[in-house]
Write a protein that binds this ligand. Structure first.
Ligand SMILES: C[S@@+](CC[C@H](N)C(=O)[O-])C[C@H]1O[C@@H](n2cnc3c(N)ncnc32)[C@H](O)[C@@H]1O
Length: 137
């Protein structure tokens, strides 16, 4: 199943099947996702995330949530903005994508970022918990 098929959104009864298909696809491509992104955007994806992180206007010490974080690049860009006194949560429903995000954060020594499983359609966070919330394509 394609990630963003053209045409109308799935009907309510088809939502679960659609979501399961999206999840299966990202589980499958997690290992090549970053390389695909670089190739498909001619490297522009990095700049898009840096711009999104700037526009979140976070200050050192603040809290941010990155929904559908994938392999973690936008969450890590937010972590640079909030610094070691702040915190960033990245959430996604694909464990293979989250595993890559955790590896990157560990390599970067970004202890202020954590990655956890969550469905974007049923987020487990309280209202008003974050100074900024982002989602990158
Ligand atoms: C195109 S990728 C974008 C990843 C990342 N934001 C980035 O900038 O590269 C879409 C991500 O959204 C996740 N996703 C899609 N639907 C979701 C949902 N309902 N709940 C949580 N994650 C979801 C997928 O698993 C995938 O990691």
């Amino acid at each position: 199943m394609a990630p963003h098929p053209p045409g109308p959104s799935p009907a309510p009864g088809e939502q679960a099947d659609f979501a399961a298909g999206v999840k299966r696809m990202f589980d499958r491509i997690a290992g090549v996702y970053d390389a695909m992104n670089r190739a498909m955007t001619a490297g522009l994806d990095r700049r898009w995330r840096e711009r999104a992180a700037d526009r979140a206007e976070l200050q050192p010490g603040e809290r941010a949530l990155d929904v559908c974080c994938g392999t973690g690049d936008l969450a890590l860009a937010l972590a640079d903005r909030v610094g070691p006194e702040g915190s960033v949560i990245g959430c996604d429903f694909s464990e293979p994508m989250l595993a890559r995000a955790r590896t990157k954060a560990a390599r970067a020594g970004a202890a202020q970022v954590s990655f956890g499983w969550a469905d974007a359609l049923d987020l487990p966070y309280d209202d008003g918990s974050f100074d900024a919330v982002t989602v990158g394509f």
